[in-house]
Design a protein around this ligand. Sequence first.
Ligand SMILES: [Zn+2]
Ligand SMILES: [Zn+2]
Length: 280
Amino acid sequence: MFIGAHMSGPISSVPFRTVQIGGNTFQIFSHSPRMWRTSLNEMKVKKFKEGMDKYKLDPTKVLIHASYLINLASPKEDVWEKSKVLLKSELEISHELNLKYVNVHPGSRLDSPAEVALERVGRAIYEILKDSPKDVMLVLENVSPKGGNIGYNFHQLKTIADISGCNVKFTYDTCHGFDGGYDIRTRDGMKELLSEIDDTIGMDKLIMCHLNDSKYPLGFHKDRHERIGKGYIGKDGFTNFFSYDEIRCIPMILETPGGEIEHEEDILTVKKILSFLGLE
Ligand SMILES: [Zn+2]
Ligand SMILES: [Zn+2]
């Protein structure tokens, strides 16, 4: 199984630190996620690539998480334009780093109707991808149905992809999904989730999973991540989730609270669940 964590700190040492916590993949920000400017330091890029080779990490299992400032759904023209420019530069950074996937939240509709917002995201994606590096793919993440967020179910994500006309891929975030009512703790809940994916984007387009427990109960619209097994999804819930072959083949990225010590423990928790299932 591919598993790792969202890693902060200098990108040059991320490959090394990933292996140290027992991971074999990871997610990073390409620059400070709260800044509109991006920059790449050549030395850091070189060291990052050397680390990927040295620790034999597969770039096709790694994610760049785009900046939180980006709002492709924004009804405000200036924010929408700035968002497209920033996301495009993140795709270029991904290309420089030899990575393949940039994960982005569809955005917030603010006070605009959902249909208008979905249309705007789709159009933005089309405009961004038409002259971006072709070896980098855009990955849309399901978000929590909190505030004006759009893209909290696979029907909306599919609508966005269709409007864009582009070959986008998808990430399933287990905390966001739980927040939106997908109960991965039960057989019925998993059946519902997997058939919705099949009926919309198709399972082959779900290429990443953000593995997070939830601090709040099912359907609470709070978006508060918790460490694996310590929240409302719980160890039994994740045991059910991991019992599906189509789930286990997707790279798992932790976005759980804490630093590398906690991530190492969370990876161990997941490995214990797999061994309980007779799978590791
Ligand atoms: Zn995210
Ligand atoms: Zn996430």
